[in-house]
Design a protein around this ligand. Structure first.
Ligand SMILES: [Zn+2]
Length: 53
């Protein structure tokens, strides 16, 4: 089961909705899965998804 995480660009003058297509990097740490999204404006937003347990 996939969990869709709605996230938006963190740039102050943006707020574009980021989609899976913008995800350019996924990595895991002890804190969970992190995803880096590159917005069309050039800003990179990193999200953290807690383990689904
Ligand atoms: Zn942006």
């Amino acid at each position: 089961m996939l969990s869709e995480i709605a996230c938006r660009c963190e740039a102050a003058n943006c707020s574009r909705k980021l989609t899976d297509g913008d995800c350019m990097l996924v990595f895991r740490t002890e804190g969970g899965e992190r995803r880096a999204y590159e917005c069309a404006c050039g800003h990179v937003t990193v999200t953290v998804a807690a383990p689904s347990e």
